[in-house]
Design a protein around this ligand. Structure first.
Ligand code: NDP
Ligand code: MG
Length: 376
């Protein structure tokens, strides 16, 4: 029988890459969601007539789209009968859909890193209770997952998380002051949605990935080191206690980790092109904490645990939205997030309600600070 797949955020960057994988495979899509993109959703319904369609950003839709709003997504997830869900929703809005998919007993191919950053311990516990797997789609975590599986966690000494360094890897602080949204949106190696593109430019994306790795692989933050690697060909590495370093290499193409998550452990041959070694140059360096302070701040929140990572994420979402709207500058993102993270977030993660309360509080603080500090 064909594996049935639900795609949350089907109209985004991860969603479109997932559709490419589906079109070239024997998977059966059973659900597509989009927030506002009704036109593309209707087209997907015509291409895959059996799939349920959900428009999460509206409460009412026409006959072509039977499910609307968050509640519509919840209902569609529980009735679609998927074996696995790809969660490509952007931001904290992805957390509940992850939970609903796990509650329905589906495996979760997880691109939405916010799910793990905000509520890692709760979703891992739920997955275990339901006998469902959480399979990372984030390319670095997909690589680390494969490398740890291949070599065994008991031999692991260090996780070497690679980062492209973003478009401003070599920019001076003076140059960084003047960065506009359009420049920050142009990533050198990956084509992604707007929020993650800005996060890649500040290295907050790498910060979120450090937190994601700590919570997903149960390794302490001290076991993680970020290595700058501009070509994005080495997706991550691990160093074992005997000193050997193992790396996973492939073209920077999200369809590969998506395929990995959808098919693991029985990987089909890839139709997406092979790594070509002719003219291949691989460079490595270390991140500069002065120019990219969002990265050390993420390490700190990861060590503190509790709601700290969630506060970092929520404050960063608010600050990035303000930057994209031209309300604050590129270098103002960090002070906003630091202001919020310096508050008290030391609470045990006991429920999703608590996580969302903390999220709303952190966002409120960030927005109030932005208004006071930058818009008067
Ligand atoms: P995009 O912005 O390209 O796409 C987001 C998708 O989610 C769209 O389908 C959008 O619908 C939908 N959406 C937006 N807001 C909401 C909401 N409030 N509720 C429900 N659905 C919503 O994002 P990306 O694909 O770049 O990123 C998605 C996630 O994957 C993020 O967590 C990101 O960190 C992670 N990720 C992405 C990578 C990439 O290469 N892009 C790589 C690794 C991780 P609509 O089209 O209608 O707006
Ligand atoms: Mg990544």
């Amino acid at each position: 029988m064909k594996k049935r797949v639900a795609v949350f955020g089907a109209t985004g960057s991860i969603g479109r890459n997932t559709l490419d994988v589906i079109r070239k495979s024997c998977l059966e899509p059973v659900l597509f969601s989009s927030h506002f993109n009704e036109e593309e959703l209707v087209k997907l319904g015509e291409e895959f007539p059996g799939a349920l369609l959900v428009l999460t950003g509206r409460e009412n839709t026409g006959a072509a789209i039977p499910f609307a709003g968050r509640e519509g997504l919840r209902k569609a997830i529980s009735s679609c009968g998927a074996d696995i869900a790809v969660n490509g929703i952007a931001g904290s809005a992805g957390l509940y859909p992850s939970v609903w998919a796990l509650e329905a007993g589906m495996d979760l191919a997880l691109a939405n890193k916010e799910t793990v950053v905000m509520a890692g311990p709760l979703v891992l516990e739920l997955a275990e209770k339901k006998g469902a797997r959480i399979l990372p789609v984030d390319s670095e975590h997909s690589a680390i997952f494969c490398l740890i599986q291949a070599h065994g966690v008991e031999k692991l000494e260090k996780v070497l998380l690679t980062a492209s360094g973003g478009p401003f890897r070599n920019a001076s602080l003076d140059e960084m002051k003047k960065i506009r949204a359009a420049e920050a949106l142009a990533h050198p190696t990956w084509k992604m949605g707007p929020k993650i593109s800005i996060d890649s430019a500040t290295l907050a994306n790498k910060g979120l990935e450090v937190i994601e790795a700590v919570r997903l692989f149960a390794v302490p933050p001290e076991m993680i080191e970020v290595v700058i690697h501009p070509q994005s060909v080495v997706h991550s590495m691990i160093r074992l206690k005997d000193g050997a370093v193992y790396a996973q290499l492939s073209n920077p193409d999200m369809r590969l980790p998506i395929t990995e998550a959808l098919f693991r452990p029985a990987m089909p041959p890839s139709p997406f092109g092979k790594l070509d070694f002719e003219d291949l140059h691989l460079d490595f360096g270390m991140p500069d904490p002065e120019r990219f302070p969002m990265l050390p701040l993420a390490f700190k929140t990861s060590s503190l645990g509790g709601l700290y990572p969630s506060a970092y994420n929520a404050a960063n979402e608010a600050a990035v939205a303000a930057f994209l709207e031209g309300r604050i500058g590129f270098l103002d993102i960090y002070p906003v997030v630091r202001y919020v993270v310096e508050r008290e977030w030391d609470r045990e993660l006991t429920s999703l309600e608590l996580v969302f309360e903390g999220d709303a509080q952190a966002r409120g603080l960030a927005n109030a600070y932005i208004r006071e500090r930058f818009q008067n």
